[in-house]
Design a protein around this ligand. Structure first.
Ligand SMILES: *[C@@H]1O[C@H](CO)[C@@H](O)[C@H](O)[C@H]1NC(C)=O
Length: 391
């Protein structure tokens, strides 16, 4: 009897030790092992890749007043008054800023950003003026090689399977690529075109999955018809309001994306993703800015003409003059196409730890940190089993 109670208290003591070791272990693990962040996209998430390619002035933002809020010393190429959504996500994930792929001698070890202003999911979108999705995927292969050389094959593989892959693309396929192209509209019905865009996105996701990628994040499309540029182009401008056809395409795309991700979740083992409804989220801020500590949901801070919808911000394009608001923090829209840093930050927060009802099935916090949680549970089982054997 005495022997028995003695030995069970010893088990309890060992379990306590196990917990101490466990905490120590996972701290060490998280200090060494980070979750890398890879970004594919267009101007919504371009950190400056377009500074390094030959393109039109419309696809560049490396001049004032871009970046004017002073977070970055000089304009970086971000299409914002300051930071963009992926900068905030990197910060929440305790990563450094993720560099543009084309930046010379960039360090890719925490991930890399391939996004390019003007880019589409389809290679026919703004052809020759931006880095399209299939080229962004080719660049990813170069990064795979870079990681394998730097870390060795097996550690590089682990970085790739543990990384989060974020997509923010599609707007250009519908704006310039479809509504701006009478030929495309002649060739394809809207539903068929959406199918092509989603089909090509599917290929990209599958390609990454085959390379080992498991965790994906998506920024769905905003109400494209309510961009200041689209309001200004609205054929029913007299009635005011958003360009309905552009909004319908964005909604059709978002619905198809939702269905696709749900299917992939069943078809691909361990495929995990974060998606959310950016359309209604932004629409609400456009219609009711004062509910969100904003003042202006319709007009752009920087630009000219009706709604600030004439894309002259910065004066580097055909027209050298433009208007600039006093306080971009009051605005939803920074320029004719792009939201302000405040919107980027608010949506980053929503994706990071939003409840399952609005972000899901996983939020980004889950995706960046889940590996550690799984490890910890595994460790508990291992260590307790080991201790029982000793006793
Ligand atoms: C990808 O896009 C091209 C047009 O750029 C189209 O011809 C092709 O069918 C699309 N692929 C899929 C799988 O939808």
């Amino acid at each position: 009897m005495t022997m028995f109670s003695y030995s069970s208290s010893k088990v309890a003591i060992s379990a306590c030790f196990a917990l101490v070791i466990l905490c120590f272990r996972s701290n060490v693990a998280s200090a060494q092992k980070h979750t890398a962040f890879f970004i594919f996209g267009d101007s919504s998430v371009d950190p400056g890749n377009n500074n390094y390619i030959d393109t039109i002035p419309e696809n560049r933002a490396n001049h004032k007043p871009y970046g004017q809020n002073g977070f970055f010393k000089d304009p970086t190429g971000r299409f914002s008054d300051g930071r963009i959504i992926v900068d905030f996500i990197a910060e929440y994930a305790k990563l450094p800023l993720i560099p543009p792929f084309l930046e010379p001698s960039a360090d890719y070890s925490h991930g890399v950003n391939f996004a390019s202003g003007g880019a589409g999911i389809l290679s026919t979108t703004n052809e020759g003026q931006a880095i399209d999705l299939s080229t962004q995927l080719k660049y990813f292969e170069e990064v795979e090689k870079w990681l394998a050389e730097k870390l060795g094959a097996s550690e590089a593989e682990e970085v790739i399977s543990n990384a989060v892959y974020f997509f923010s693309m599609g707007s250009n396929d519908y704006l310039g690529g479809y509504l701006g192209s009478p030929r495309m509209q002649e060739l394809h019905h809207p539903e068929q075109y959406v199918g092509m865009v989603i089909g090509n996105l599917t290929i990209a996701i599958q390609e990454l999955y085959e390379k080992g990628a498991r965790k994906f994040g998506f920024l769905s499309l905003c109400p494209l018809g309510c961009l200041p540029v689209m309001r200004a182009l609205n054929p029913k401008a007299g009635e005011g309001g958003c360009f309905q056809q552009a909004n319908s395409l964005a909604l059709a795309h978002n619905n198809a994306l939702k269905t696709l991700l749900n299917n992939l979740h069943y078809l691909l083992k361990d495929f995990k993703y974060c998606n959310s409804d950016f359309y209604n989220w932004l629409q609400d801020r456009i219609n009711n800015p004062s509910d969100y500590d904003l003042k202006e949901g319709v007009n752009a801070c920087c630009g000219s003409g009706p709604y600030g919808g004439v894309y002259t911000c910065g004066g580097t394009k055909k027209v050298a003059t433009y208007e600039l608001c006093d306080n971009a923090n009051d605005y939803v829209w920074w320029d004719s196409f792009h939201p302000t840093e405040r919107i980027h930050e608010q949506f980053a927060k929503a994706l990071w730890d939003g409840p399952q009802a609005s972000v899901g099935p996983h939020n980004l916090q889950d995706l960046f940190f889940d590996h550690e949680i799984e490890l910890t549970i595994g460790d508990i089982v291992d260590i307790i089993t080991e201790n029982e054997e000793i006793v």
